[in-house]
Design a protein around this ligand. Structure first.
Ligand code: ZN
Length: 411
């Protein structure tokens, strides 16, 4: 009680207000100088159509647009070619590849045609720096779910040609490449006991092509197997840490240590359910709402009709009011933990915007400065913040590129 009163007195003093203003000004300056990379921004199938115009906020509460990126100082997002896990059949693989091509072409339409004066596709770390230096926003492509490879590794050559620079091998539910951190309800805890033989070939091929292997959504055993196979640094593109909150999607200390040994990076994600325990009542309320809307999860939001969508979002807002999301301090708690464990050179930042991500204080691209503000508040220096916001990721990208050029025997 006494502490509470003291805090209230402190907040009201002019000195305290001045120190807050100074902190904000310092954060603003640093934020403007550093290149900020967000390694996970989802896009729907109708991205770069009138339904998702990057120049103006759309009806679906999309969280990333060019004006909001400029406003919030979000410089270089990885846009994600994501395919949901479906049937492991010839027809299923064909559909997954077709879905991948739809998203690749949407990103190319955005970067090569619609908004080419404002954004540009980056194929290398050097491209990212060059485009940023020229005053445009670099766009980089990541893929989520190795299901899109089917059983045909030659597809990876095509995806690489289209700009894919990381591949998350797994998503929810096991696939042919390995075990997921979150098996489907009808699946055993482990199907392959980690990475499958095909998954091993995929990692080797990613190394050859210069695509970063991403362990997010993989089981911890699969992740360790990927880390053991890869000859290049490995990333977790959007994960938090079990050391702060023990969620199946978060990475263990053992995996953090292996990421460090690989030279890679863990990109801590602003995804509420991974940052801290969700009250069970909230989970129930969300599940009940999604069930009445015929949705199987967050990913089905794109399938809602406009009228349904309004009702869904109004009800979600009620739920969020009742049980508020995690905030930026929770995100940076996970970062602090990872930095203490594996060092400042192996940690980064991701939002998972448009895919369920977004927290209080960093709810969309326009609010990106708040992350830097919290880092400054905790005493991180500009050099450290530059590493966290993208320096580390670019170093990893460069190492993965260099490893790909290394001469190797043809298999
Ligand atoms: Zn994901």
């Amino acid at each position: 009680m006494i502490r509470f009163v003291l805090a209230a007195v402190m907040i009201s003093t002019p000195a305290f207000a001045q120190s807050q203003a100074d902190l904000y000004a310092k954060a603003r300056e640093i934020h403007e100088r550093v290149l900020t990379i967000d390694t996970h921004v989802d896009i729907p199938f109708d991205f770069a159509t009138p339904a998702y115009d990057m120049m103006k906020p759309g009806p679906r509460g999309q969280q990333v647009h060019i004006p909001t990126m400029i406003e919030g100082g979000l410089d270089a997002p990885f846009l994600i070619v994501y395919m949901g896990q479906g049937e492991r059949t010839v027809a299923g693989y064909a559909k997954a590849a077709a879905d991948a091509f739809t998203k690749f072409s949407a990103i190319h339409r955005a970067a090569d045609e619609l908004y080419k004066d404002k954004i540009e596709l980056a194929y290398t770390a050097a491209d990212v720096r060059r485009i940023y230096g020229a005053g445009k926003k670099p766009i980089i492509i990541g893929m989520e779910n190795g299901y899109a490879v089917g059983k045909d590794l030659r597809l990876l050559d095509i995806y690489h040609g289209l700009g894919a620079r990381y591949l998350g091998l797994l998503h929810n539910g096991h696939n042919d490449l390995g075990d997921s951190a979150q098996p489907n309800a009808n699946e055993p805890a482990a199907e392959h006991n980690g990475l499958s033989p095909l998954g091993k070939q995929v990692v080797e091929k990613l190394n050859e092509l210069g695509i970063m292997a991403d362990i997010s959504h993989a089981s911890m055993k699969t992740a360790l197997d990927i880390l053991a196979v890869s000859k290049a640094p490995v990333i977790a593109s959007h994960s938090a840490v079990k050391g702060v909150y023990d969620h199946p999607r978060n990475v263990s200390d053992e995996v953090l240590d292996a990421i460090k040994r690989s030279g890679g990076v863990v990109q801590i994600v602003a995804f509420d359910p991974y940052l801290r325990a969700t009250p069970p009542e909230k989970t129930k309320a969300v599940q009940a709402l999604q069930k009445t809307m015929g949705m199987r999860g967050n990913g089905d939001i794109d399938k809602l009709q406009p009228g349904q969508l309004q009702a869904y979002e109004a009800e979600m807002a009620n739920i969020e009011n009742q049980w508020p999301k995690a905030d930026v301090t929770n995100l940076v708690d996970h970062m602090d933990y990872a930095i203490k464990r594996i060092g400042i050179d192996h940690v980064g930042i991701s939002s998972d915007f448009n895919g369920g991500g977004g927290i209080r204080g960093w709810g969309n691209a326009a609010e990106t400065l708040n992350v830097t503000l919290e880092l400054v508040r905790r005493g991180y220096t500009e050099d450290q913040i530059a590493k966290l916001w993208g320096g580390n990721l670019l170093r990893v990208m460069e190492q993965v590129e260099a490893n790909a050029k290394r001469p190797r025997k043809r298999r």
